[in-house]
Design a protein around this ligand. Sequence first.
Ligand code: KIV
Ligand code: ZN
Length: 403
Amino acid sequence: MTAATDQTPVNAAPSPSDAGRVIIFDTTLRDGEQSPGASMNLEEKLRIARVLEEMGVDVIEAGFPIASNGDFEAVREIGKVVRNSVIAGLSRANRRDIDRAAEALQFAERKRIHTFISTSPLHMKYKLQMEPEKVLQAVWDSVTHARNHVEDVEWSAEDGSRTEHDFLCRCVETAIKAGATTINIPDTVGYGVPEEYGALFTMLINRVPNADKAIFSVHCHNDLGLAVANSLAGVTAGARQIECTINGLGERAGNAALEEIVMALRTRADALPYTTGIQTEQIMTASRLVSAVTGFVVQPNKAIVGKNAFAHESGIHQDGMLKNAQTYEIMTPESVGLNRSTLVMGKHSGRAAFRAKLKDLGYALGDNAIEETFVRFKDLADKKKDVFDEDIIALVDDSIGST
Ligand code: KIV
Ligand code: ZN
């Protein structure tokens, strides 16, 4: 094995001097689509890719070209229309996959081949049925072959978080020597916990020779609900690329959710001093599009993009919101592309919100009328799960009519 010549990272990082800038690698169209029932057609993938580019995603993983003709076509067509984001195509560690990925990427302005192989004892023994030395050779061969096609090569250690450390170091060292510019350590089965996953990056960055020649990347699955926390732990430990999906779409419990990661970095810049190039105001557009295209409904209490993420029902919270939104909101609805928060009228709502709602609906009632309607509203709210504007209008009209 001999070393590749040019080892400069060539991915989307804006400026090497901006040490806190994190690359956002969106894999909605690849890992996200692997979610059972989430298949998308070409036109849908193109729409999503355009929105991702528009919102400032650095790298769009557009598909796995060897997997099907549809995936090949999607990578090729997205490569034709997207000009700003890097387009990545996935391949296993063999020449056929890599050549197919390179062919699919032929029209892309900025292209990346993403090649992977399993490195954990469990995967090597049962899935690959390969000895570790053979896997190491495959790392070398696949990365050098990919580098013959493109300058931007990402190498991933599948099941990296369950890989024995000495062996993982040898694999990463080999991949960097062979010319990989991004090193991704997936938590493929969502087994990691934040401290341990972060420590894995600290260990690799400290131990692997020439670790500074590549950008380290996190790729976390959500089987224990820790994908975002693990991703952020990896970044704190030195990773500078985050792989994620819109709405956390992905196999089993999904991948780390792009919107949660980006908003955590934006909202808690004091504790997490890292930036992204994402226009967060486009988050709702992307979320709604992915949900509509896949038919995967976003749970109402989902962070950032759930229907209730900026909705308040309890009287105490609504009163606080009317006085100062920061009492119960840590980010503004506008910052994720919503017009405003909603004060949901229900049995927990108080007089302050009721008054505000009446004003909103164009009513100017006296105190007595408000009080009387409020009592009737509470009765109704006890019987009815959702009290709509129409219900309140009917109550007021009824009150006015009876006086
Ligand atoms: O979860 C995983 O290990 C992957 C790799 C193919 C990058 O998706
Ligand atoms: Zn994955």
